[in-house]
Design a binder for this molecule. Structure first.
Ligand code: ADP
Ligand code: ZN
Ligand code: ZN
Length: 744
């Protein structure tokens, strides 16, 4: 390469502005994306620091106007250098442009008007609050107030978000108590928190033998700065979080910093409070509702050393800590760790790459590890640690499988098996709560014609519309683009009046439940009922206040929420996620069922779980019922081997999209032809994506597989070169995905 595009001022946040320089012959071998360089700049040619973001053979200006790079900047790696190298790694691994990668890694600078954050403080003596609680003990309509005050007895200060989002208490309830003089709402600059770390070490939990061993082993890793990756496998409640906290404490003692990644949905109030108590003001919490300015401010505090621990979802990984010692990913199997926009990076691999740059240790934790991570552990690439039981002696829920085929034989066509009905009845009597989980929303799956067999589809996407019932009548909705139309009287293709809905959805479950148990108070949570502002919070708050006996919902109720009064969880159709045709379907089913089962019996009573299925013998369902991860892994791996799937084979996807079906079809064909010349690469396709059209954009996909990652990297570079050099790709978008987790 002869020329390099150099970015000279990253602090301005103006990452699009680059300057072209000539690469001197002597430096040819060393100049690459992400390398820090010194370049002459401006009229006086003063030397300034810059970073190479792209290389090319063609000059963008008259050659005589292009200056030459002076030298490679070889001073010790500063934090920016490290992050820019990480961006280069992301670019290389996941595709996209260097600019897109830089925007992921560097916080955009935005003038921050430091907003305030609200905190709720106990304003009356504890005794007075206890008195109030006693006096109002039996008042039904004071449930929200009671829960807040009970919390404030345990904890003198709570964050506003914790109270509204996590405890699900309404703002009006808070205002009411403030008028009573029992609490006070305080304001503080964002990023500061009034909760002090607890000095009292005696109250701290004493780690058990297993936990201590793990801490000793990983602690050594951190001390040595050898950049290893550890996997901690242990059921929910086995004490992983306690291990994380101990490891963080050791990291801080060594003068290093720590990043903790938690999927947004699991970032619960309880978790946040535990970290605050242990580490007080040394922590910054990142979540999706922070503004860009607030994020930038958090990142700045990390760089300056006023905090040492960053907790948050995916993006917290890029905290600019100067001496990062530890990166923890809790629930490492979660899909949320994969970015859905270009560059489609995965936080797990990116964490490992960052750790390699600075000698940090990576700790992955999970009750149901990804097959990928467990496989790495079996291969010895990751170091495996097991926590074998619950740390506080709480029992695991009891799980039973109900065979829906038997129900049909017994002429029970309801969505509730006889066993589930029996248990629901029992819980309603005992005034305990129930969660019913269905992996689908809407009243029915789709509407189809019994005369011609056509399903009514979206005019803009290649999917069937879904029926949604409301007071105004039934409407058909597209879940991909939002297109909606009233339910027609006749089939749009053949005019037949015999059209009807198929499949069940949460709405249907709700109406059937009300019919069967008229006295039950029922709440439903899905994308339809949570659409309004804070629709989510209101439903969860009502359920937490025990204003309902049953909560019906989709995926969104499975993870993260803790309701101590829930003692029964019913999974209505466990196989639905098995019907998805991609190679990870069994893994997702196992994960979902295990997590759903974990929602039962979080209080002091033992929980019960009923899994309804047409495939009672399926190994993912069997293993989930037995809560036996190792068994699932052993059954799943041969399937991956046989089908040449990850983690044994490496796999990538190339998605091509365009408004013109003709153009994208031709582009995909050319791309496949070219890629088939790569030795050792297996190319599947091109084929229409499983959703072949979204919002009038046509989608084609190629799947690439190889035994070695290197072959895929070569393929990716070839695909990118073809896409940028060849005319036919001018009007196509070509996206590369290094870790496809679902079918496109
Ligand atoms: P996980 O993160 O695996 O779900 P936690 O660390 O949250 O597990 O522990 C579950 C519960 O057990 C918590 O209430 C925690 O305080 C408690 N616990 C953890 N370790 C111990 C221990 N060594 N002794 C007593 N209780 C413990
Ligand atoms: Zn028809
Ligand atoms: Zn549509």
């Amino acid at each position: 390469m002869k020329y390099a595009d150099v970015i000279v001022d990253i602090s301005s946040g103006n990452l699009d502005r680059t300057f072209q320089y000539r690469i001197p012959d002597l430096l040819q071998a060393q100049i690459a994306e992400g390398v820090p360089v010194e370049v002459p700049f401006g009229k006086g040619n003063r030397m300034i620091q810059g970073y190479v973001v792209a290389c090319s053979d063609t000059p963008a200006y008259p050659v005589e106007k292009i200056k030459e790079i002076h030298s490679i900047n070889s001073r010790s790696l500063e934090i920016e250098d490290q992050l820019i190298r990480l961006a280069a790694w992301i670019r290389k691994t996941y595709g996209g442009t260097m600019n897109q990668a830089l925007k992921v890694v560097l916080p955009i600078k935005k003038r921050v008007k430091l907003n305030e954050k609200k905190w709720i403080r106990r304003a009356a003596p504890e005794s007075k609050i206890r008195n109030w609680l006693e006096e109002n003990q039996n008042k039904r309509n004071q449930k929200g107030r009671k829960r807040l005050l009970e919390e404030l007895v345990k904890e003198p200060v709570l964050s506003w978000e914790a109270v509204t989002d996590k405890l699900h208490i309404a703002p009006s309830t808070i205002q009411g108590l403030e008028k009573n003089g029992l609490i006070r709402v305080e304001r503080m600059e964002v990023g500061k928190n009034p909760i002090q770390a607890e000095e009292n070490e005696e109250k701290r939990i004493v780690l058990n033998e297993e936990q201590r061993k793990i801490c000793a082993k990983i602690g050594e890793s951190i001390q040595n700065g050898e950049g290893k990756t550890h996997l901690i496998h242990g059921v929910t409640g086995s004490g992983k979080t306690e291990v994380y906290m101990e490891l963080i404490a050791r990291t801080l003692e060594m003068g290093k910093q720590a990043v903790v990644l938690i999927p947004e949905i699991s970032l619960t109030y309880q978790i946040v409070m535990r970290f605050y108590h242990r580490f007080g003001n040394q922590i910054a919490i990142m979540h999706s509702r922070l503004s860009q300015g607030e994020r930038y401010d958090q990142m700045k505090r990390a760089k300056e050393g006023s905090i040492s621990i960053m907790i948050g979802p995916r993006s917290a990984l890029f905290a600019p800590f100067p001496n990062l010692g530890l990166i923890i990913l809790d629930e490492e199997q979660e899909n949320a760790y994969k970015s859905e926009t270009v560059p489609k990076y995965h936080a797990r691999e990116t964490a490992i790459a960052r750790a390699a740059l600075c000698g940090a240790t990576v700790v992955l934790g999970s009750a149901t590890p990804s097959i990928y991570a467990y496989y790495q552990a079996m291969q010895g690439t990751f170091i495996l640690h097991e926590l074998t039981g619950r740390a506080n002696g709480q029992e695991l829920a009891e799980v039973e499988i109900v065979d829906l085929r038997e129900e049909l034989k017994a002429r029970n066509t309801s969505v509730f098996s006889r066993r589930l009905q029996e248990l629901i009845e029992e819980r309603l009597k005992r005034k305990e709560q129930i969660v019913l989980f269905l992996n689908r929303r809407g009243y029915a799956g789709f509407v189809s014609c019994r005369s011609c067999g056509e399903a009514i589809g979206c005019p803009h996407c290649s999917v069937s519309l879904t029926a949604h019932k409301s007071a105004a009548g039934t409407r058909l909705v597209c879940h991909y683009c939002g297109y909606t139309m009233p339910m027609p009287d006749r089939c749009p293709s053949c005019g037949s009046p015999y059209i009807s809905t198929f499949g069940i959805g949460t709405q249907r479950v709700e109406s059937m439940l009300k019919k069967r148990f008229p006295a039950a108070r029922v709440l439903r949570m899905d994308q339809d009922t949570t659409r309004g502002k804070d629709g989510h919070g209101k439903i969860l708050s009502a359920f937490a206040n025990e204003e309902a006996d049953v909560l019906i919902g989709t995926q969104m109720i499975v993870k993260g929420h803790d309701f101590p009064n829930v003692t029964l969880v019913g999974i209505l159709a466990a196989d639905l996620s098995l019907h998805q045709s991609d190679y990870m379907a069994a893994e997702r089913t196992f994960d979902l069922l295990t997590q759903a089962a974990g929602r039962a019996g979080r209080g002091d009573r033992k929980g019960q779980v009923v899994i309804q299925t047409y495939k009672p013998d399926d190994y993912s369902i069997q293993a989930a019922a037995a809560q036996d991860y190792a068994r699932f892994y052993e059954m799943e791996l041969p399937h991956r081997q046989l089908g040449k799937y990850p983690p044994i084979w490496k796999m990538a996807a190339v998605l091509l999209t365009s408004e013109s079906e003709q153009a994208v079809r031709e582009g995909a064909r050319q791309m496949a032809k070219k890629l088939r010349t790569v030795p050792g690469l297996s190319v599947v396709g091109p084929a229409e994506a499983s959703v072949a059209r979204i919002q009038d954009i046509y989608r084609f996909v190629l799947y690439l597989r190889a035994e070695q990652g290197k072959i895929l990297k070569d393929a990716k570079e070839m695909a990118e070169r073809l896409a940028s050099d060849s005319q036919i790709f001018k009007n196509l978008s070509v996206q590369y995905d290094d870790t496809p987790m679902m079918n496109y």
